[in-house]
Design a protein around this ligand. Structure first.
Ligand SMILES: *Cc1c(COP(=O)(O)O)cnc(C)c1O
Length: 395
């Protein structure tokens, strides 16, 4: 059996996205900035895509800027809000300890430029507490950035409540919604969101394209200087096929969000229940307030990389955390943020189901993870010490 269970890292392109893109590559290849009708047709396709994207999050088309993906949208959102804050003498930013590196590394850069950053804890359940966020707000706070749903442990944050607190204090609110759009219902009006980042390849669109929503009146800072594309806020000839593909994927995925959620939750819970039978294991993140397809476990006495390689031999594509940090030996900053100690955080496994996942696949994954964990523990010195009582079990 071949199972792709790493949909938080990237997804397969949908038929809808491919069908929308091919004509843009084969025939309608004009430059949207050209004045002749051939170019203007590309411009029209671009603006239709903008309308479709805006509609899914209940924004207006003028509030959507196309980017090269989630990372660029995150960078532009933070830099824009920081620049606006600085103009008003406000240089304090609040975020969380378990954001994506596109956020954390941009915040590090802003710190070097004189901003002060408070990273909120996310607790054992992987959820930010609104009262703690409100307590961290200062007179000079210009921005709050909290991700909609975490990419490793899938926990969903109280976005609407956080947005309301920010609104009440007159502070801009950004959310990295790359894992949430369009897998969860999002309405930038009722959710009180000022800035939102999204990426096409996380919802069956192409790689290298995404968008940034910025509420009307929130002035964006340019990351790339050049031509007047995207109202002068993002120079460079637009990635028309990518943008058109993104809009098609977004519309298509959003159209069956409810059905997909209803299909995925029982499968996710079946997978969680099955993996829980493994002794000295623990689910990471809140059990219910998590993305419909996300399962993330720690197993004691296991080295995550070995687990992944052996699962790969059995046809299962999984992850130990985020694709960006695998390859490095540091344990996931997300697992450390929810209080897992280094040794335990090293033995992590993330399985993220696609909408076409089946019960048979889930059972195959449970069976194989059980076998591989027990096989690896069989010759692990760490496990021997745990079992002999030389070191105490944590899980
Ligand atoms: C994937 C991801 C990103 C980065 O998106 P890219 O389009 O790959 O740059 C940012 N934030 C989160 C939460 C993600 O999951």
């Amino acid at each position: 059996m071949k199972i792709y269970a790493d949909n938080a890292a990237t997804t397969k392109m949908s038929r809808a996205a491919l069908d929308a893109m091919i004509p843009c590559l084969e025939e309608q290849y004009g430059n949207p900035s050209s004045l002749y009708s051939f170019g203007q047709r590309a411009k029209e396709a671009l603006e239709l895509a903008r309308q479709d994207v805006a509609a899914v999050i209940k924004a207006s088309p003028k509030e959507i800027t196309f980017t090269s993906g989630g990372s660029e949208a995150d960078n532009q959102a933070l830099r824009s809000a920081a620049a606006l804050g600085k103009k008003n003498g406000k240089t304090h930013i609040i975020s969380t300890a378990f954001e994506h590196h596109a956020i954390l590394h941009t915040l590090k850069a802003l710190e070097k430029e004189g901003f002060e950053v408070t990273l909120l804890p996310v607790h054992e359940n992987g959820i930010v507490r609104v009262d703690e966020l409100e307590a961290a707000i200062r007179d000079d706070t210009c921005l709050v950035s909290v991700m909609f749903a975490n990419n490793e442990i899938g926990t969903i944050q109280p976005i609407r409540e956080i947005g309301a607190v920010c609104r009440a204090h007159g502070i801009l609110f950004h959310t990295d919604a790359v894992q949430a759009v369009p897998h969860l219902p999002i309405d930038v009006e009722t959710d009180n969101i000022d800035l939102l980042s999204s990426s096409a390849h996380k919802f069956h669109g192409p790689k290298g394209v995404g968008f940034l929503y910025a509420r009307k009146g929130v002035r964006l800072t340019n990351l790339i200087e050049g031509g007047a594309q995207e109202r002068g806020k993002r120079a460079g000839t637009e990635n028309v096929p990518g943008i058109v593909g993104m809009a098609a994927a977004l519309k298509d995925t959003a159209a069956h969000m409810e059905a997909d959620t209803a299909h995925l939750i029982p499968l996710r819970d079946r997978l969680i229940a099955g993996l829980r039978e493994i002794p000295h294991s623990a689910l990471n993140g809140d059990e219910k307030q998590r993305l419909p397809g996300n399962v993330n476990f720690c197993f004691e006495g296991i080295e995550g990389e070995s687990l992944l390689l052996l699962l790969d031999d059995r046809g299962i594509c999984a992850s130990s955390g985020s694709a960006c940090t695998s390859g490095s030996l540091d344990p996931s900053h997300v697992l450390l943020a929810i209080g897992r100690v280094h040794d335990v955080a090293h033995g992590s496994l993330r399985l993220t189901l696609g909408e076409d996942a089946t019960e048979e696949e889930v059972d195959y994954m449970i069976q194989n993870v059980k076998e591989v964990v027990s096989y690896l523990r069989g010759f692990s010195p760490v496990w021997r010490d745990l079992e002999s009582g030389k070191t105490p079990h944590i899980l």
